[in-house]
Design a protein. Structure first.
Length: 126
């Protein structure tokens, strides 16, 4: 946190371009079980995905067979692509993975901003 109590960001999160291309121009049903689900849904909107429906689960949620069947059934009935994060995808039973797209996220660290912030802090403490 900075002195003004605003978060300081030195990272940028981007979706993998190949994954984006696979589901570009499709209607989406997205689900996730992460600490800040709106970050994931916001990223989908940023890439102009047509987010029709979303399911939010608690962080570290273990998806039951019932959960997966419910989401897959709804996505198929409404002709939606079922999308989740890589973190959630690995928790999906392997028998259902062929029905779900995973969006790998890349975190880019801005070294220059961090380095300048670090130098500023060090010189202020001297």
């Amino acid at each position: 946190m900075s002195e003004s109590n605003k978060p300081i960001a030195y990272v940028k999160i981007e979706a993998d371009k190949a994954a984006v291309e696979k589901i570009k121009n499709k209607n989406i049903l997205a689900f996730c079980g992460i600490a800040h689900p709106e970050n994931f849904f916001g990223l989908l909107r940023y890439y102009n995905f047509n987010l029709i429906r979303k399911f939010i689960y608690p962080d570290h949620y273990f998806y039951s067979k019932h959960d997966l069947i419910k989401m897959i059934s709804e996505s198929e009935k409404k002709n939606l692509s079922l999308v989740t994060t890589e973190k959630d995808y690995v928790k999906v039973n392997k028998n259902f993975r062929n029905k779900i797209f995973s969006i790998p996220l890349k975190i880019k660290f801005n070294e220059n901003k961090f380095y300048n912030f670090f130098l500023k802090k060090i010189s202020a403490d001297v």
